[in-house]
Design a protein. Structure first.
Length: 411
């Protein structure tokens, strides 16, 4: 059986252990919710302070030129591109995932006007499904959303499909689609594909260029640690960038925004996927957060994530299985993301009890405790200690009080 001494040995040998010092982790907290909101990078504090005190406070509007504000979305996009396996100038940071999904889905449907079917799966993040439903209703042109089980996606991609829209890593089970196989099937059937990388970016090695993906979106406030509500990113393959047009356009996507022409003239390349003015304080925080990744290889990050997820599962089942705790999802950790969901009938109350003891995860309906492992700042000792607290909460029924049963607005 894996012991705490084993965890300490793994920490001592961990090639990523030096990264933990770059994050502001509250003392005594075991933070296992980086799949929902990443920890604050220390560098972001100084970067935002400079942006407020100097760039906004002193240089004011001249900062669009003096401090490179106007170019910042593409500058950060190129830094993210390395992490998601995308070529230069194919990624830009802007807006939210839902807005970006609207942009790329509208562009993809317009590229394939004779087809009306959008394929997705039941493991997709619901917001993506809502965007597809809303856009289909707005277009009012016969578009339908075909939602199937994840294992049935390949068979659902038929010759009537316009767009395949999938989240690579399931936000609950952590199951990962075979991006190459699914993309190849979509292209063979004449469909375009959109990948949502919300639970993949910063967690698993990116492969967008390798698999010949058409579009992708992703958020930056989870494993990339960009801060609450930090701007999302959008990827368009270079072969499509000058062929597609999103339905949502604005002056930042104009070929000459400061000409202030009354007619829209689309910019070339990935720039056209921008819409309105971007939030520069959030951009500066995100830029500092992405710089933390400059000396990191995603293969090393994922290797550690796999090991932490497997050990956490092994320990939880061995020490808490008698209380009805079970794994949700596959045990094939080589084909999973960087989080683990454990099921229990009292999952919500148990998670609240854990949080009260400074082990931070989250709850996902109907009965899942979710724990995210961020290899840049989580340790193997965190894995051991978190399961030990979970065991205590279950052994002593510490969850069985009214205050832990009362649902909060955010779970």
């Amino acid at each position: 059986m894996f012991t705490k001494a084993d965890a300490l040995k793994l920490d001592a040998d961990d090639m990523l252990k030096h990264k933990r010092a770059e994050f502001s982790i509250p003392e005594g907290m075991i933070y296992l919710d980086g799949n929902s909101l990443g920890v604050l990078p220390k560098a972001a504090v100084a970067r935002v302070k400079h942006a407020v005190d100097v760039e906004w406070g002193v240089d004011l509007i001249t900062s669009w030129n003096k401090h490179g504000w106007f170019q910042k979305p593409l500058v950060i996009g190129n830094k993210i591109a390395r992490l998601i396996g995308a070529p230069k100038d194919s990624v830009i940071v802007a807006d939210s995932i839902s807005i970006n999904m609207f942009k790329v889905l509208s562009a993809a449907l317009a590229k394939n006007p004779s087809r009306k079917v959008i394929v997705s799966d039941s493991g997709n993040f619901p917001s993506d499904l809502y965007v597809a439903q809303g856009l289909s209703g707005f277009l009012n042109d016969g578009h339908t959303l075909r939602v199937v089980e994840p294992e049935a996606v390949m068979d659902a991609i038929t010759e009537d499909v316009a767009v395949v829209m999938l989240t690579e890593t399931d936000y609950r089970s952590a199951r990962r689609h075979d991006m190459k196989a699914v993309t190849d099937k979509a292209h063979a059937m004449g469909a375009l594909i959109i990948w949502d990388l919300a639970h993949s970016a910063g967690a698993v090695p990116g492969r967008l260029e390798e698999v010949n993906a058409d579009f992708a979106v992703g958020c930056t406030y989870k494993y990339l640690n960009g801060g609450p509500g930090s701007p999302a990113f959008i990827f368009v393959h270079p072969r499509l960038q000058n062929e597609v047009m999103p339905a949502l356009v604005g002056w930042w996507g104009h070929a000459a925004p400061f000409a202030f022409a009354p007619e829209f003239e689309v910019a070339s390349g990935i720039i056209r996927m921008q819409c309105g003015t971007q939030p520069m304080l959030s951009m500066q925080a995100l830029d500092a957060a992405i710089d933390v990744w400059a000396d990191v290889e995603m293969v090393d990050v994922y290797a550690k994530a796999q090991k932490m997820c497997a050990l956490f599962t092994e320990l939880a089942e061995a020490r808490c299985g008698a209380h009805g705790v079970t794994l949700y999802g596959s045990r094939d950790f080589a084909h999973r993301g960087s989080h683990v969901c454990l099921r229990h009938a009292q999952a919500y109350a148990i998670m609240q009890a854990l949080i009260s003891r400074r082990v931070i995860g989250d709850f996902r309906a109907p009965d899942m405790m979710r724990f995210g492992f961020a290899p840049l700042y989580n340790s193997y000792t965190d894995v051991w200690d978190a399961v030990e607290v979970l065991r205590e909460v279950l052994d002593e029924r510490l969850w069985d009080v009214q205050q832990f049963r009362e649902r909060k607005a955010v779970t």
